[in-house]
Write a protein that binds this ligand. Structure first.
Ligand SMILES: *[C@@H]1O[C@H](CO)[C@@H](O)[C@H](O)[C@H]1NC(C)=O
Ligand SMILES: *[C@@H]1O[C@H](CO)[C@@H](O)[C@H](O)[C@H]1NC(C)=O
Ligand SMILES: [Ca+2]
Length: 574
């Protein structure tokens, strides 16, 4: 942490010396912070990362003018926990964005779940406000949709976007389409006021999100420093793009979405230049988890040379494209081999604002400024969790898997494949395999695809294991897990439970034909659509839940005025 303190001081000096750091009053002002978070975009999706179509000229230019991180990681292979980690600087196991329903299960926040970001967590925008920042989120929040979880209650001054994924259309009373908000007010719903044409792939949402960003930047340019979190979702299935981009990519519809992202980011960076605030705005680009190969190639991206994708703790699930841009401060055309984490965006942003992270809790994020400004490399582990389970850890070039799993044979046979075309014997397993006694270790430099485990007898294995084991032991001994927020079958966190066989939901009938196991092998994490075997509670078969549930027409008014539930103006689902 010594380096962190030093970097903060160094930055303060730089502020004093640099005209760009002067606010209107002439007082030093910390830089604006613009975080560009993609959804399910993979490491292999950018031209500068080797994507052969080379359709991301703006991002490639951003890399050429800034720093590229080849070894940058999400904190989870799924949207909600990854976003919670970004905004808290803490692993999901600490901030509560995980489930204990079963061992090593992914979980997120579909609209039926009522868990969310606990008040006890301190979010980046809350802290930045203390340093005078004006804060805005554009796009997907995904940290809970009850009033206590609203982004404006967690430090954001403004919001345009949605609490959930743009799945749908649901178009039914029991399960309405996902709402879209402007600040406190619901201004419409996906597929209704904000159309997404699943057939053609046309939606104007990225253009709307771009305009929100440009307006905010223009408004804030000469005022207090801003923090803009641009969390757009066009590259998450169902992928979409606006008319001018549809059909323009060699890669198909997913590529169209990427091209629109790239174009939008180009426009934002150009605006920063035009307003002459580029040198006082720190910009960071990354993605929340690896490409969803389950939706590829039509609706999902590429993880380049890495194994598997979203949902898994192989490299393809968690290694992300990452670019930092801050003209005049970050030298152009750099590559940093620093092991980075999405939690670092929390700590780095605080350092930029001249703030130190909260000292009353464990923070996983590092301040990346020494890596960015001085080319330093800091020793740090990367932990790969799936739900409550530490699946793997990377230190230096070595990665140790303590558990391996993709998904169950049952789900796999039903067509859910997280590693299409890839089968590394004994590694991409369809049963949860315990390697805690003798971890599988890979050298990610020689073998980025995790195909050739080191021989257990080799000196390299022994040395790597002893180094990693030591770090993991320290981590686990000090770990204080947060209260799990994403449990299903838990009345404390669910609106009305989920109708899974064996789930103790009073009055909720078992859906005809549903499997009997209490919790399906890959339940709760199947963002790509319906999860076989998992039946969301307020579905049409749960008559008693529909009657008393919060999504039904009959109880809409009641639900939306009842304490503890979203109070939204806006119309009833038709
Ligand atoms: C997108 O906006 C254009 C121009 O306003 C409009 O013609 C088109 O119908 C919109 N498309 C969708 C899917 O909303
Ligand atoms: C992967 O290969 C192993 C060994 O050949 C085989 O036992 C296993 O069934 C294969 N898995 C899949 C999903 O094809
Ligand atoms: Ca995602």
């Amino acid at each position: 942490m010594v380096a962190v303190v030093a970097a903060t001081r160094w930055w303060r000096m730089l502020l004093v010396l640099s005209a760009a750091g002067m606010g209107a009053s002439g007082a030093p002002q910390p830089p604006n912070i613009l975080l560009l978070l993609m959804d399910d975009m993979g490491w292999g999706d950018l031209g500068v990362y080797g994507e052969p179509s080379r359709e991301t000229p703006n991002l490639d230019r951003m890399a050429a003018e800034g720093t590229l991180f080849p070894n940058f990681y999400s904190a989870n292979p799924l949207c909600s926990p990854s976003r919670a980690a970004l905004l808290t600087g803490r692993l999901p196991i600490r901030n509560g964005f995980y489930t204990t329903n079963a061992h090593a299960r992914n979980a997120y926040t579909p609209q039926e779940i009522v868990g969310g970001i606990p008040d006890s967590e301190q979010l980046l925008p809350e802290l930045l406000k203390e340093a005078g920042y004006v804060t805005k989120i554009v796009g997907k929040w995904h940290l809970g949709h009850r009033p206590q979880f609203h982004p404006l209650k967690h430090g954001f001054d403004e919001w345009f976007g949605s609490p959930n994924c743009h799945f749908g259309p649901y178009d039914n009373k029991a399960r309405p389409n996902i709402p879209v908000y402007r600040d406190w007010e619901m201004v419409g719903r996906y597929y209704e006021e904000f159309p997404i044409n699943l057939k053609t792939g046309e939606a104007n949402l990225t253009q709307i999100y771009l305009q929100e960003a440009l307006d905010f930047i223009k408004r804030q340019a000469r005022r207090r420093p801003f923090f803009l979190y641009w969390a757009v979702d066009a590259t998450h299935a169902p992928v979409y793009a606006s008319k001018p981009f549809l059909g323009t990519s060699r890669r198909g519809r997913y590529g169209d979405a990427v091209r629109e992202m790239d174009d939008s980011i180009g426009k934002m960076l150009q605006l920063l230049q035009d307003l002459r605030i580029a040198d006082s705005t720190f910009v960071f680009f990354t993605s929340d988890n690896g490409a969803a190969l389950i939706s590829a190639p039509e609706q999902g991206g590429s993880n380049g040379p890495f194994l598997c994708g979203k949902q898994t703790t192989f490299e393809g699930g968690m290694r992300e494209p990452a670019l930092a841009w801050w003209p005049g401060h970050i030298a152009a055309g750099q590559v940093s081999h620093q092991l980075g984490s999405i939690t670092d965006l929390f700590t780095t942003s605080l350092a930029l604002a001249g703030l130190t992270p909260p000292s009353d809790r464990a923070i996983d994020g590092l301040n990346l400024l020494p890596a960015l400004l001085q080319g330093r490399l800091m020793d740090r582990p990367v932990f790969y969790y799936r739900g409550d389970t530490l699946m793997a850890a990377t230190l230096g070039q070595h990665k140790a898997h303590f558990w391996t799993w993709t998904n169950s044979w049952e789900n796999f046979r039903q067509g859910m494949d997280f590693c299409p075309g890839q089968n590394v014997s004994g590694v991409t397993t369809h049963t949860l395999e315990d390697h805690t006694k003798l971890p599988l270790i890979f050298h990610l430099g020689r073998d980025p695809g995790e195909r050739f485990p080191l021989s257990f007898a080799s000196t390299e294995y022994q040395e790597a294991l002893s180094r990693i084991a030591q770090v993991v032991q320290q981590h686990q001994e000090a770990l204080v897990p947060g209260q799990p927020q994403l449990n299903v079958c838990n009345w404390a966190v669910m609106v009305s439970g989920w109708c899974v066989g064996g789930c103790p939901v009073p009055g909720c009938s078992h859906p005809p034909g549903a499997p009997d196991e209490p919790w399906p092998a890959q339940g709760g994490g199947g963002e790509a659509g319906a999860v076989p075997g998992l039946h969301p509670g307020p579905g049409p078969w749960c008559l008693s839940v529909q009657d008393s549930g919060c999504w039904s027409q009959a109880t809409w008014d009641q639900c939306h005025t009842a304490p503890g539930l979203l109070q939204v103006p806006g119309r009833l689902p038709s």
